[in-house]
Design a protein. Structure first.
Length: 137
């Protein structure tokens, strides 16, 4: 079993205003043909993280831009599953970007590069992966 190091929750996220719809909309899997499916990999080591068939919309968008308490801007893409990720730390609701969701840091299972966050509500979860930390093949 891999050891995942705890990362202080407020070091990555900042609260932002939210719309009334904070649910997840999963794209119709039949819409993404097998030939159109793209593999999403860790930019640092090339490990497969997920694929485009798991792309999902949260608050009506697949991509979002947010900033953390230190002013760093993150552009994230949302996926309903990311088997190439491991999570670190306890769930936190501090500075969450999605109302009603807690989050944990998500790292590449192979090289431990910080790739984004796993967001969890009472009924659903998704991964917000940092666009600059992943590649599409």
């Amino acid at each position: 079993m891999q050891t995942i190091y705890s990362i202080p929750p407020c070091s990555f996220l900042k609260s932002t205003p939210h719309g009334p719809d904070s649910g997840i909309e999963v794209e119709d899997k039949d819409e993404v043909r097998e030939s159109e499916k793209k593999i999403i990999t860790c930019r640092a080591c090339g490990t497969e993280i997920t694929d485009s068939s798991f792309a999902t919309k949260v608050n009506e968008n697949h991509e979002h831009s947010f900033f953390n308490p230190h002013g760093y801007v993150f552009q994230i893409r949302c996926f309903s599953a990311a088997t190439g990720c491991a999570t670190a730390g306890k769930p936190s609701n501090e500075f969450t970007w999605f109302s009603g969701y807690t989050w944990k840091v998500a790292v590449c299972r192979s090289c431990m590069t910080h790739l984004g966050w796993r967001f969890q509500s009472d009924s659903t979860s998704f991964y917000g992966l940092i666009r600059d930390k992943i590649s599409e093949k």
